[in-house]
Design a protein around this ligand. Structure first.
Ligand code: SF4
Length: 257
């Protein structure tokens, strides 16, 4: 085990065999499992809240479960097992809430054929998985001659009718998040990072990448209140994106199914 959660920790560095407080490796593993689960629940709950939906049971569970992991609060294995199982239930509950938030805002998703590659002209590529950020960007870029592309986990956005209706949602560019550095380097337009999965950018595109919402990188411009005017200005000031034809791909139903 390794734990450095509190000031009692061995030698000021970490308890590795058993905790000074009495915590053992089983309790520590259950606490870690619970915290990993809470991170996922937090991500879904955050997105749902952005779309106006909250759940009192989920919120109350977050507080209870976080509190239970504090030093010396609870070393009862059975109670931790119960909490971990409840985290699974809360996860299903929050996923359902987010799905409802998405479908009531953007319509029921259906699999569609998505062109890949790029078209000639100014472009913005959007990565992450915040559909509301994409929606606001599509509204703000409408009629400006800018092509908007999804990247990585934003691909399922094409399946939602209220997003698909924008003709300048031109397709999907690139592959997955781990290839951002190579693919963003080769893309000549502006880049918008929503939510997570941002890699530390290379200098070659640091001046044309933007973060918004929960995402952030030191030295990168952060967009507030979904006012994407700076992203749009950057896209229009860059050299025109080349036409690169890729294979068509299929969108999935939802990023959370
Ligand atoms: S919480 Fe317990 S195991 Fe963790 S650092 Fe403190 S004393 Fe050690």
């Amino acid at each position: 085990m390794f734990c450095y959660q509190c000031e009692q920790t061995v030698g000021g560095t970490g308890c590795t065999k058993i905790g000074v407080c009495g915590k053992n490796e089983d309790i520590q593993s259950l606490q870690d499992t619970l915290i990993f689960g809470l991170k996922g629940i937090a991500a879904y709950a955050y997105h749902a809240r952005q779309l106006g939906q909250t759940d009192e049971q989920v919120d109350a569970f977050m507080h209870e479960a976080m509190f239970a992991t504090l030093t010396n609060v609870d070393f009862d294995m059975e109670r931790y097992l119960e909490l971990v199982l409840r985290a699974g239930e809360m996860n299903l509950r929050v996923m359902e809430m987010l799905n409802n938030a998405h479908t009531s805002t953007f319509g029921n998703p259906a699999p569609v054929t998505v062109p890949t590659g790029t078209k000639a002209g100014p472009g913005i590529v959007v990565t992450g998985h915040d559909l509301l950020d994409l929606y606001e960007l599509l509204k703000q870029t409408e009629g400006k001659g800018i092509n908007v592309y999804t990247h990585g986990e934003m691909l399922p956005a094409h399946g939602y009718p209220e997003l698909r209706k924008f003709k300048h949602l031109a397709g999907n560019y690139g592959t997955a998040w781990q290839n951002q550095k190579k693919e963003f380097d080769q893309f000549s337009g502006a880049i918008l990072v929503t939510t997570n999965c941002v890699m530390i950018p290379k200098d070659s595109y640091k001046d044309r990448i933007f973060t918004c919402g929960i995402a952030g990188v030191s030295g990168v411009k952060h967009i507030k209140n979904r006012d994407f005017s700076e992203v749009i200005e950057k896209a229009l000031s860059q050299r025109s994106e080349e036409r690169r034809v890729g294979k068509e791909c299929r969108s999935r139903w939802s990023p959370y199914d």
